[in-house]
Design a protein around this ligand. Structure first.
Ligand code: PEP
Length: 255
């Protein structure tokens, strides 16, 4: 597989952090620090911050994303947000299947698939998260589990739509815990994800698909993780809330 054919993507996942005013301040601080990036830079912000983020990022190299999308176009789905709504406010990316959604809000592989399809069908780029818990890793089922999650998430996604899919391998035990996977562990599972994409869509699509690592990636470990051949970028939680740290990760991905 040739990493040079794929664009690195660094995406910040702000989770439930930053009011619109705080978001504006963080973006003002971040934009000049990442302006020379030679990778795709994305910030996935809370819904209420989307408008201010889109406005602030207009004309810059930073793209804006949401952290989830519902699979129905409209209707009685209190608190949910449709793909059309995201598109209309200028969102270009959306995350689906984040482990916090699976863990705390009952999302399943099937709903992750439906949300992924809704995003893609609306023309959004979708960052699909997969990853094992610590128990699953200790049981030795990481490879099977991640392969299964990837296959179900991509059900009915066409080879053409794969151009708009990024898969983020995020070991649950590494998210927000400060416990990063080793670069070797990240590489091993990102390569498994790429093999699954190859099995489903063939070599050409697999070589073109961006596979990110996420889980306590920070300014200190980004270089090593991003240096691995199948790690094409990162989904960054905590460190994306600190502009200088996020910029250091973006610089590491730009090498
Ligand atoms: C995430 O939220 O996707 C994530 C990887 O978080 P953190 O970087 O804080 O572990």
């Amino acid at each position: 597989m040739n990493k040079a054919t794929r664009k690195a993507v660094i995406a910040g996942n702000w989770k439930m952090n930053k009011t619109p005013a705080q978001a504006a301040a963080l973006i003002d601080e971040m934009l000049p620090l990442v302006k020379d990036a030679d990778c795709e830079v994305v910030i996935c912000v809370p819904y209420v911050d989307l408008c201010v983020a889109v406005e602030k990022c207009k004309g810059s190299n930073v793209k804006v994303g949401a952290q989830n999308v519902h699979f129905k176009a409209s209707g009685a789905y209190t608190a949910e947000i449709s793909a059309e709504m995201l598109k209309e406010v200028g969102c270009e990316y959306v995350i689906t299947g984040h482990s916090e959604r699976r863990q705390y809000f009952g999302e399943t592989d099937e709903t992750v698939n439906l949300r992924t399809l809704a995003g893609l069908n609306a023309g959004l780029k979708v960052i699909v998260c997969v990853g094992e818990t610590l128990t699953q890793r200790e049981q030795g089922i990481t490879a099977e589990l991640v392969a299964l999650q990837t296959k179900i998430a991509l059900k009915d996604v066409t080879a053409e739509q794969m151009a708009n899919v990024i898969i983020a391998y995020e070991p649950v035990w590494a998210i927000g815990t400060g416990k990063t996977a080793t670069a070797e562990q990240a590489q091993e599972v990102c390569a498994i994800v790429r093999d699954v994409v190859c099995e489903l869509y063939g070599k050409e699509v697999a070589e073109a698909t961006t596979v990110q690592y996420g889980g306590s990636m920070n300014a200190g470990n980004a270089d090593e993780l991003l240096g691995k051949p199948d790690v094409d970028g990162g989904l960054i939680g905590g460190a994306s809330l600190k502009a200088p740290d996020f910029a250091t990760i973006v610089a590491a991905a730009s090498k």
